[in-house]
Design a protein around this ligand. Structure first.
Ligand code: ZN
Length: 88
């Protein structure tokens, strides 16, 4: 329920996520809360690509538009992610 509210406020059209987590691999998600990996801070709303689906999601953020930095995140809870599918 919390996720669907976020979707509405966001204006992003909801896309039905695949049931099998392994099918999220290679797809894009948006973070629903602030995160950090010990070194780097990743703000809520960051678009990331799913690299692995073992023990939660392993993610790589899209590169920062100003400096080109990308951040890796491991073991992210699926409930902290909004499924986006393929980026246009
Ligand atoms: Zn930057």
């Amino acid at each position: 329920m919390k996720e669907s509210i976020t979707l509405i406020l966001d204006g992003t059209p909801p896309i039905k996520p695949p049931k099998r987590r392994m099918d999220w691999k290679g797809k894009y998600v948006k973070t629903l809360r602030d995160m950090q990996n010990g070194l780097m801070f990743v703000p809520k709303g960051t678009v990331c690509q799913v690299l692995y689906t073992h023990r939660g999601a392993s993610l790589r953020t899209t590169r920062c538009e100003c400096c080109g930095v990308a951040v890796y995140l491991d073991r992210v809870a699926w409930t902290d992610l909004q499924y986006l599918g393929d980026l246009p």
